[in-house]
Ligand binder design. Structure first.
Ligand SMILES: Cc1cc2nc3c(=O)[nH]c(=O)nc-3n(C[C@H](O)[C@H](O)[C@H](O)COP(=O)(O)OP(=O)(O)OC[C@H]3O[C@@H](n4cnc5c(N)ncnc54)[C@H](O)[C@@H]3O)c2cc1C
Length: 407
């Protein structure tokens, strides 16, 4: 990695090295503009966070995203170019179970089939773009089905209550590429993707670079790091969570900052557990959807067999339960004594809390951004179209087209 001096003026600096930021840097480089990515952490990837455990050979668990699909068009194009598409691995089939009244039960046990049959014809007539998740799926799948099954299932997808979330942001229909596995991972987990992206041509990454402030500077931008270093750039892309974007936009686009300031962020405590296979008496499963437990969801690593270990990521509402309480709750759900845990890790995840009316807010933000910065600043992330990896990349692609023209 190059050492920069304060006199350097970069063509394009991206703040945030998650998939949105790395994707933006990738598209900018394809448009002929090299990019410097500033990432506060000691690794790239943000929520694409595959973690291994000291002393457990090559065993890993996904602390964040765990599945990519053949409907992720931008992602597939990127993976083709950076050489990771050829390595994708099919995920073994397994079902989710519900965690209800301190028991693991089948998904079907919570379904009200007659209500579903009576409600489904309504679903097609409802305006998904205008309704919240609760309004849309509550009417279209039935109130009891929503409360007992689908509400908890959607909550487990976004690790927070889904009731007020915009229905269209939860699942977007996207064309599938039939030549690619429907759902896949990579041999060393999904973090291989951001890691490979960070090494690709036209992208330079600086880790441990915490951006503290952003201000206008002679037609470009001045970026201050908490280390005291100052960088300059002709163009800047923000690819950070909405609360960080709000702070960084204050001086350069105050009206845009007012819009982003209305987007909340859910804090998530993620507990990663590894077990020796022989210590778990549990059938293969995809994970747990919690109906009334202290955790929101659990995702297993059973989709890719390991000869010796099994692993799980349990996601809890942030700051509610101490480490010991988390481990006790997870072990109860897995029917195993805490003493059998072979390794443990704690991670923090953050996801945006989008609300009904979000699309108006994005229009307001985009207008404020365009009038304050023309085409010299972009904002991307998982808080525009939705939280999926492909939603992030779709926004990054359209923002880079706005900044650099068609490529
Ligand atoms: C538990 C969980 C499971 C998920 N499962 C899936 C899944 O299976 N499939 C799927 O498609 N999606 C999934 N998602 C969603 C998806 O992973 C995320 O929405 C996406 O990775 C977010 O990418 P991002 O770059 O927008 O944000 P982030 O990943 O949050 O990246 C933002 C980056 O900005 C950095 N940053 C913040 N502030 C600063 C600063 N001041 N200076 C410098 N850097 C800064 C952060 O350190 C971070 O690296 C999941 C998410 C979670 C949490």
């Amino acid at each position: 990695m190059n050492q920069l001096t304060s006199s350097d003026v970069h063509s394009h600096i991206v703040i945030g090295g998650g998939i949105s930021g790395l994707g933006a840097a990738f598209f900018a480089s394809r448009a002929g503009t090299p990019s410097l990515v500033l990432e506060q952490d000691d690794r790239v990837g943000g929520c694409m966070n595959t973690r291994s455990f000291a002393g457990l050979e090559d065993f890993w668990v996904e602390a964040g995203s765990h599945s990519c699909f053949n409907s992720y068009g931008h992602l597939l194009t990127i993976m083709e170019e950076i050489g990771t598409l050829g390595q994708i691995q099919a995920k073994a089939k397994a079902s989710y179970r519900l965690w209800r009244s301190s028991k693991r039960v089948s998904i079907l046990s919570a379904l009200h089939p007659l209500e579903l049959i009576a409600s489904l014809p309504r679903l097609r007539k409802l305006d998904k773009e205008a309704l919240s998740v609760r309004e849309y799926y509550g009417q279209g799948l039935g109130r009891k089905n929503y409360n007992d099954l689908f509400g908890p299932a959607f909550r487990s997808v976004i690790c927070q209550t889904a009731d007020d979330y915009p229905a269209a942001a939860l699942f977007r229909k996207k064309p599938r590429r039939k030549d690619v596995l429907r759902s896949f991972t990579l041999p060393s987990g999904l973090a291989e993707i951001p890691q490979a992206l960070a090494q690709s041509k036209g992208i330079e990454v600086r880790l441990g670079a915490v951006v503290d402030a952003l201000s206008p500077d002679a037609g470009g931008y001045r970026i201050e790091l908490t280390s005291g270093e100052t960088l300059r750039a002709e163009r800047v892309t923000l690819a950070v969570p909405p609360d960080v974007a709000t702070r960084l936009l204050q001086q350069v686009a105050p009206a845009a900052a007012r819009a982003t300031g209305r987007i909340g962020v859910a804090e998530i405590d993620s507990l990663l557990l590894a077990f020796d296979r022989k210590d778990l008496n549990l059938p293969r499963m995809a994970g747990l959807i919690s109906v009334d437990g202290p955790f929101l969801s659990a995702v297993s690593r059973d989709f890719l067999d390991h000869p010796r270990y099994r692993g799980f990521a349990f996601h809890f509402p942030g700051g509610r339960l101490e480490a010991e309480g988390q481990i006790a709750a997870a072990c109860q759900a897995l029917d195993v004594a805490p003493a059998k845990v072979a390794a443990v890790r704690h991670e923090r995840n953050r996801l945006p809390s989008l609300r009904k009316g979000h699309w108006d807010l994005v229009v307001e933000l985009d207008q404020a951004l365009a009038s304050a910065s023309g085409s010299s600043m972009a904002v991307t992330g998982n808080w525009f179209l939705g939280v999926s990896i492909e939603d992030c990349l779709t926004r990054s692609h359209s923002e880079m087209t706005r900044l650099f023209g068609r490529f």
